[in-house]
Design a binder for this molecule. Structure first.
Ligand code: G6P
Length: 579
């Protein structure tokens, strides 16, 4: 959702905050703003991207400041709704990630007491509530305000009269970076990595008082100590490193991300809770849901363990009958729907396991056990290397359940992925870039690969794309097939091979061009397809990975040819912390 950054120390705050916000733009990017303690509170905020308008913001004075990059929820993206928001007297400035659910009532009450509002946001009420309580002690004013707020929030607050930042967290991520007589606060570690690897993850209900000299954390009225964690992500991981887009860089990092994530879990480190479950319920959203569907297919096919998959957003309102292990898959560890589903599963006494990429994330704090993937930071909004890392962990779990401790085949998978990175997909891109609509078809675990391939295509190229289980295309979508509607078909040498070939012929009979993905040397498939993209002859699990990478690259190159904003597609955000 939104991203927030704060800095307190001896350096100029604004450039550090702007640089940090650029790292967090994946969380939202319709507007941004910075407030510093210079000559009073100085504010610059603007609709649009940071890079275009940063020059005005970096001129703000002061060594203490807060900043925000927005993904609009309450009020359209414009300068007035951009954060920071202030109180009536411009003495207090705040930035906020989350949603204040009772803001309407609070706003009515504050208006009746004479407060003037300049934005349509939920956030602005918090500045005015703090104003009412402020008598020269910002920490106390925030502490008294927080109990009035319902919803989720990570807040950073400054006052014109004090050299401090107050940070408060409830159900939205907030991490404090510990430097040498300087401190950072941010929605995640990426803006902080450049300055320090030492961090404290605040807990729900914590309020931190940051001065140049120290950080003091309170939970309610009590001082608490939170562990200082060492973060092993490298700052280089957060840079483009010569690639034209983060997405391409992250696609190229997949062989390593897969290898590292595989090694994140050996049989000895599988949490006890996950040992030999009689049944599994997987809960996830978006791309993670597609990874979950691959997990489900392979778990049932390889281990005979019954698995069901649920959209986290449905799980809450239509609770299915679950009793066995509940696994939440989430790259960010912050998705609101997945977090809610996890809490519900716990409330129903189900053992819970999280698979996530982010140390200290909210979901990892709630689950009974967590497996951290080792994909490294992913900046592009479209998930790629985090997806392949989810598959690495899933496949490793399946190996362990199946008693198959020889993971050599998977340890060599990165070589097959490397081979795919060299593929020339220009013929397929020329067909896709002209399409209004593209269908993706496959069977078994290749069906979710199609769902993910279609999602990548639609989110970054804006071409309508749908993934279908191949047998379903004839039940409706056939009405849409024409010479202008390409169909991408994954056809592997398994029990579905013959029927897939028949499906492709049926599609061809309706004039749709077919781009087929199949094994090298498959001359029958080559004959029936218009464009044939070959995959190396490997283990079934590895075929899933290689076909997926082809579809990621196809979406990427199509989006580039169409001149799309690949890393920041319109209307999206990487981490969705609202329901
Ligand atoms: C957003 C992102 C997707 C992601 C989904 C679930 O919609 O744009 O890429 O798959 O959230 O996120 P999670 O962090 O739970 O995997």
């Amino acid at each position: 959702m939104c991203g927030i950054v704060g800095y307190i120390g001896r350096r100029a705050a604004a450039p550090i905050i702007i640089k940090g916000l650029e790292k967090l733009e994946y969380r939202g990017y319709d507007s941004f703003g910075v407030a510093t303690l210079g000559r009073g509170i100085e504010i610059f905020k603007h609709q649009g991207r940071i890079a275009k308008n940063a020059h005005s913001a970096v001129r703000l004075n002061g060594t203490i400041g807060i900043g925000h990059t927005r993904w609009a929820t309450h009020g359209v993206p414009n300068n007035a709704n951009a954060h920071p928001h202030t109180d009536c007297k411009n003495r207090i400035a705040i930035v906020h990630n989350g949603i204040i659910e009772n803001y309407a009532k609070l706003k009515r009450e504050l208006s009746a007491r004479g407060h003037r509002f300049l934005s349509e946001t939920d956030t602005e009420v918090v500045a005015h509530l703090i104003e009412e309580k402020y008598t020269g002690n910002l920490f106390s004013a925030v502490q008294e305000t927080v109990p009035q707020l319902q919803g989720s929030f990570a807040l950073l607050v400054i006052s014109a009269e004090e050299q401090r930042i107050i940070a408060a967290r409830n159900a939205s991520p907030l991490v404090i970076g510990i430097g040498d007589r300087e401190f950072f606060a941010a929605s995640d570690m990426t803006p902080i990595l450049e300055y320090t690897e030492r961090a404290i993850f605040l807990e729900d209900g914590d309020i931190a008082d940051l001065t140049c000299e120290a950080v003091e954390i309170f939970h309610g009225t009590k001082t608490v100590t939170r562990p200082v964690e060492l973060i092993d992500w490298s700052v280089e991981d957060t840079k483009k490193g010569g690639f034209s887009h983060y997405m391409l860089k992250e696609i190229y990092e997949q062989p390593q991300a897969f290898y590292n994530s595989l090694r994140a879990l050996d049989p000895e480190t599988l949490p006890a809770i996950a040992a030999k479950p009689s049944s599994v319920t997987i809960v996830a959203c978006g791309s993670s849901y597609h990874a979950g569907l691959i997990f489900k297919y392979l778990l049932e096919e390889t281990c005979g363990i019954p698995a069901r998959l649920e959209f986290a957003s449905e799980f809450k309102y239509f609770p299915p009958p679950v009793s066995g292990l509940v696994i939440c898959i989430t790259q960010s560890g912050e998705t609101a729907d997945t977090l809610t589903a996890l809490k519900q599963a716990k409330a129903r006494n189900c053992p819970t396991l999280a698979i996530t990429n982010v140390l200290g994330s909210s979901i990892s704090r709630v689950a009974d056990a967590t497996i951290f993937m080792r994909a490294g930071p992913e900046i592009s909004v479209a998930a790629t290397k985090s997806f392949i890392a989810q598959l690495a962990v899933s496949m490793q779990i399946i190996n362990i359940f199946a008693g198959e401790h020889d993971t050599k085949m998977l340890l060599h998978a990165h070589r097959a992925i490397e081979e795919i990175l060299l593929k020339d997909l220009s013929d397929a891109v020329s067909v896709c870039k002209k399409a209004q609509s593209i269908f993706y078809v496959g069977r078994g675990p290749f069906y979710p690969v199609c769902l993910e391939g279609a999602l990548k295509m639609k989110e970054i190229s804006y071409i309508h794309a749908e993934g279908y289980a191949a047998g379903e295309l004839k039940h409706g979508p056939f009405a849409l097939l024409s010479k202008d509607t390409p169909v991408i078909a994954i056809c592997m040498p398994d029990s579905t091979y013959e029927v897939m070939i028949s499906n492709i012929k049926e599609i061809k009979a309706r004039s749709a061009p077919v781009i087929a993905l199949g094994m090298e040397g498959d001359s029958d498939l080559a004959d029936v397809a218009d464009i044939f993209i070959t995959l190396p002859d490997t283990h079934r699990f590895v075929q899933i990975l290689t076909s997926l990478v082809v579809l990621q690259l196809l979406a990427y190159h199509t989006a580039v040819v169409l001149d799309r904003d690949v890393d920041k597609p319109r209307n999206l955000a990487k981490s969705v912390t609202v329901e």
